[in-house]
Structure formats: structure tokens, C-alpha cells
Write a protein that binds this ligand. Structure first.
Ligand code: S3P
Length: 179
């Protein structure tokens, strides 16, 4: 029987800002010994500049192109845990690219929980606006169906990260017939 650490596909985490993609990715990585790559961090390291500055200096479109470039590069990997940004899978081209070599897991956070977690966030350029709460709600309802369509499975992300990881491991084990 194979172990999860021998998985050939990438495990791609998606979901709304604040759903815990990075936290869950790190935790899963520690539990499975698979490498973890955060797309935002990958872009920041490649460009030597933080996401907020990319938005400020070059604009959102430029950032979205960098995201697609990163998806293309990372889809060539095998057996990595990849955390997308909240907007990555809003672009269907990125979904296609990442799905080709990956299993997509939607971390499905509720709107009240997302709003709570995001209320004091300072590092998300999209939320740097006066109508933050209304905007979160608008984006949430626009994006949720897109995450659902892109994903192979949805997992409730309002619960503690230890339980989310357990569910992901159980799902992957049953799907891939791993030990
Ligand atoms: C974005 C989410 C961010 C980051 C960028 C844009 C979005 O990632 O990629 O600020 O469009 O939702 P997180 O989901 O990790 O906050």
C-alpha cells in the first residue's frame, strides 16, 4: 500500500481569503512530509517584492498575470501541497492548469467566520477600502460558486485546523486507495 507522502498529484487548497489555506497547508505538510508552496509567497520570492506593493505599483491585472505564470510553473511539480490565493481560481484558466496535475480542495468557510477573521487584516490590498464589510460580502457570494465548481471536494473550514487536516487526509486516503 502506498503512503500519502508518495502521492503523485499536487494537493491544491483554495477558498476565500481567511479560510486558512496557508495554515492548513503548513499543517498538512508537517503531517505528511510533502513540501508546501504558498502561491503568494512564491510570487513574492520570485519578484522580490510583497503582494501589497505589487498591487500598489503595478496594479491588480499585473498580479493576476503573475498568478497564472505561477500556476503554470507549479503545475509541473508532483506531490506538493499548494495554497492558492483567494482570487487564483476565479480565473478558469488557472483552474484548468492546476487541475491537470492536482486535486483541488475547497476550504469552505462561512461568511460570518470569514468576516470575523478578516476584520483586522492589514496585508490584503483588496480589503484596503472603507466599505470593507460590504465588499467582503459581495466578493464572497461572487466567488463561492466558482470555488465549488473548481474543486474536487469541499471541506467545512469553520472548524479547528487539526480537524480540517484529518478530513483532508481521510478524503485523500479513500480517493487514492492509500494505506
Ligand atoms: C487575493 C487574496 C490574497 C492574495 C491577494 C489577492 C484575492 O491571498 O492573493 O491579496 O483576490 O482574494 P489570501 O487568500 O491568502 O489572502
Amino acid at each position: 500500500m502506498k503512503k500519502l507522502s508518495e502521492i503523485e498529484k499536487n494537493i491544491v487548497l483554495c477558498g476565500f481569503m481567511g479560510c486558512g489555506k496557508t495554515t492548513i497547508g503548513r499543517r498538512l505538510s508537517a503531517e505528511t512530509d510533502l513540501d508546501f508552496i504558498d502561491i503568494d509567497k512564491y510570487i513574492e520570492n520570485k519578484k522580490g517584492i510583497c503582494i501589497s506593493s505589487i498591487f500598489e505599483i503595478y496594479g491588480e491585472n499585473y498580479f493576476r498575470n503573475l498568478e497564472t505564470e505561477a500556476c503554470m510553473e507549479l503545475s509541473k511539480c508532483k506531490g506538493k501541497i499548494i495554497a492558492t490565493g483567494g482570487g487564483t481560481l476565479i480565473n478558469s484558466e488557472n483552474v484548468e492548469i492546476l487541475k491537470y496535475t492536482g486535486i483541488i480542495i475547497f476550504l469552505d468557510i462561512s461568511l460570518p467566520e470569514a468576516s470575523k477573521r478578516l476584520s483586522f487584516s492589514v496585508k490584503r490590498p483588496l480589503l484596503d477600502r472603507e466599505d470593507r464589510h460590504e465588499y467582503i460580502e459581495k466578493l464572497y457570494y461572487e466567488r463561492k460558486p466558482l470555488y465549488e465548481n473548481a474543486a474536487d471536494v469541499a471541506i467545512n473550514a469553520d472548524i479547528p485546523s487539526i480537524l480540517i487536516c484529518e478530513k483532508i487526509v481521510r478524503y485523500l486516503s479513500s480517493k487514492l486507495y492509500l494505506a
